[in-house]
Design a protein around this ligand. Structure first.
Ligand SMILES: O=C(O)C(=O)C[C@H](O)C(=O)CO
Ligand SMILES: [Zn+2]
Length: 276
């Protein structure tokens, strides 16, 4: 398991491209017939991909967790970005096409991932964070999600945020999760940018053509850096860091947060004049 230690803003300032990518970028999350996980010390978030083909893939309690089952002390949000598939949780099968988000609570014992067709495999992206209470299992559809419309054509940032695991939609201990869809012709996400020192965030960029790249901006607002991100790669964003991007073509992203406070709108916006 790839383990990412937390880096301070001070050490991040001195990073070159390789160190920035090694610490903050996650490539290769979607390997055929494998479950691939990254354990980040940012709010102990596990970022993972599962790509089942002919046979289902089981969620194994990795040694790092020292628990009998993966979700004994954790909760999880799952979104499928590939072909049709299903998740089986404690004997119940949840069909997942691409527009749903499955919330699995602490205490769920057996979890497995399956594809409908091995030739068009499902690609399950999941985020798991520590939990202290068992809430309800929920399969959330796009209709269940809160839809937030933001941005303007003049600012090249028209986008819709679908909030799935969010206090108004689905109970969770600390996980908040959803999808942001960028309108055709718009390029910017999360601009004007913000920080939220109370919680860290993870972005998975997806739905991109092979040669499209997102320039993802990160770092202390007065010492910004960037990561060049390709399709189906994810970034870690510490609470002190801005997180915002501009794409060279169409893209969307799955965001998730964990830490103190689940209020989505509790952001510390950065004045444009202070960005460096
Ligand atoms: O485009 C946006 O704006 C977002 O998607 C915002 C992120 O979800 C975020 O940073 C929430 O804190
Ligand atoms: Zn944010």
């Amino acid at each position: 398991m790839d383990i990412r230690q937390a880096c301070s803003p001070t050490e991040t300032k001195s990073f070159g491209t390789k160190e920035l990518r090694d610490n903050y970028l996650m490539e290769g999350l979607f390997k055929t017939a494998e479950v691939t996980m990254v354990y980040s010390h940012l709010d102990r978030t596990i970022v993972a991909g599962a790509v089942p083909t002919d046979a289902p893939l089981d969620l194994i309690a990795v040694d790092q967790l020292k628990s009998e089952n993966f979700l004994d002390r954790r909760e999880m949000g799952i979104i499928n970005i590939g072909g049709p598939g299903s998740v089986e949780a404690d004997g119940v099968v949840y069909e997942m096409s691409g527009s749903e988000c499955l919330y699995l609570p602490m205490g769920t014992k057996d979890v497995s991932f399956a594809s409908e067709e091995a030739s068009t495999p499902a690609k399950f992206y999941f985020i798991s964070t520590p939990a202290h209470h068992r809430y309800e299992t929920r399969l959330l559809t796009q209709e269940d999600a809160n839809h937030v419309h933001l941005g303007s054509q003049a600012d090249a940032n028209v986008r819709t945020i679908l909030q799935y695991i969010h206090p108004d939609v689905c109970d969770s201990c600390q996980l908040v999760m959803g999808v942001t869809k960028i309108a055709e012709g718009s390029v910017w996400n999360t601009m004007p940018c913000h920080t939220h020192d109370r919680r860290s965030e993870v972005y998975l960029y997806f739905g991109m053509a092979e040669k499209t790249r997102v320039f993802h901006f990160m770092g202390d607002p007065e010492e910004t850096r960037h990561l060049v991100v390709a399709n189906e790669q994810a970034i870690l964003s510490p609470g002190w860091s801005i997180h915002s991007g501009a794409g060279t073509g169409a893209y969307g992203f799955i965001w998730s947060m964990a830490g103190d406070n689940k209020e989505f709108t509790d952001m510390d916006f950065v004045a444009m004049e202070t960005l460096r």
